[in-house]
Ligand binder design. Structure first.
Ligand code: SF4
Ligand code: SF4
Ligand code: SF4
Length: 304
């Protein structure tokens, strides 16, 4: 079979489905798609050398050594005496393997956890530890290990797809609620005949602010513009110049770089408390990269 005929689904079938993002992509399927587009095949630490070799065979490429050390299957464990029930770990879990509610103790569903470690960094009280997965430790023979990994991959893929569908539905419902609220707000104060000149001026101001904040393709824009015209206001939107657009993008990049630095600092603190020298060194490198990134973002915004 020619490598050019290999699909992302065929590649995804070989990936371990922890959805950990250590390959630099937000999940196994996005990494599989990136491989189709030419990305290196040696970026998956949970898959180990075996996965890199299987990818090389499938794609008819030369085998490559792993870019990062291989990792054995892990399980997250919450110290329930310390957990404050903040729910940050639930939001981070790509396979919905954490149970809990606000201000209540949280626990991990042992058989569903893929060991991705994504819940560790967001925990504000550092009460999540990663341990070797007992299911993996119990699988001694090679055949048992294959079966365990295949089961984890099938479950990880299904649960991640369900997770994505749940988030998409939640976002669609939230968007619909926001739209309904906006329609209700706009519908209420739109009776120019009944309003006084002072009301009109205040309403014009509010409508102008809404129009200025609104995206150009927003479906509510014509309705707002009609209301503003009925009140005698101008509707011409201020053009967004390339300079303004660039400044906006740079401010967004700066905020993202500051956020990355905060995460890297917390990750380093976590490693210093709970991990070994290799993890601490890796976290320090991550912190330095985040500092450089922040420096570059600051310089882009203010080159003086
Ligand atoms: S297991 Fe993690 S590193 Fe490997 S492909 Fe999936 S998301 Fe990427
Ligand atoms: S519980 Fe933590 S380690 Fe386990 S799958 Fe969820 S985020 Fe990953
Ligand atoms: S992030 Fe930590 S403290 Fe918050 S609910 Fe999860 S385990 Fe508990």
């Amino acid at each position: 079979m020619q490598a050019s005929h290999i699909t992302a689904d065929q590649i995804d079938a070989l990936l371990p489905q922890t959805q950990c993002g250590k390959c630099g992509h937000p999940g196994c399927l996005p990494y599989a798609k990136a491989i189709v587009d030419g990305e290196a095949i040696n970026r998956c630490p949970p898959g180990g050398q075996r996965t890199a070799d299987a990818l090389a065979t499938l794609l008819d490429k030369a085998p490559l050594p792993l870019a990062q050390p291989a990792e054995s299957p892990l399980l997250a464990v919450i110290d329930e005496d310390i957990c404050i029930g903040c729910t940050k770990c639930i939001k981070a879990c790509p396979v919905d393997a954490i149970l809990g509610a606000p201000k209540q103790m949280h626990s991990i569903l042992r058989d569903e956890c893929t060991g991705c470690e994504l819940c560790v960094m967001p925990c504000p009280v550092d009460c999540i530890s990663m341990v070797p997965h007992p299911g993996w430790l119990a699988a001694h023979a090679e055949q048992e290990q294959h079966a365990w990994l295949a089961h984890r991959a099938t479950q990880g893929r299904q649960r991640h797809q369900a997770h994505i569908a749940r988030i998409a539905q939640w976002e669609a419902e939230a968007l619909e609620r926001r739209r309904t609220r906006r329609h209700q707000r706009i519908a209420t104060p739109t009776s120019p005949a009944a309003s006084t000149p002072t009301d009109d001026a205040a309403l014009r101001r509010r409508l102008k602010i809404k129009l200025a904040r609104m995206k150009r393709d927003d479906s509510l824009r014509p309705q707002l513009e009609a209301q503003l015209q009925a009140l005698g206001g101008q509707t011409a939107a201020r053009p967004v110049t390339p300079v303004v657009q660039q400044a906006r993008s740079q401010r967004i990049a700066l905020a993202a770089a500051e956020d990355t630095l905060r995460r890297a600092e917390r990750h380093l603190a976590h490693c210093q408390r709970q991990e070994g020298p290799m993890e601490v060194a890796a976290a320090q490198e991550q912190l330095e990269r985040a500092q450089h990134q922040l420096e570059r973002a600051r310089q882009a915004l203010d080159p003086t």
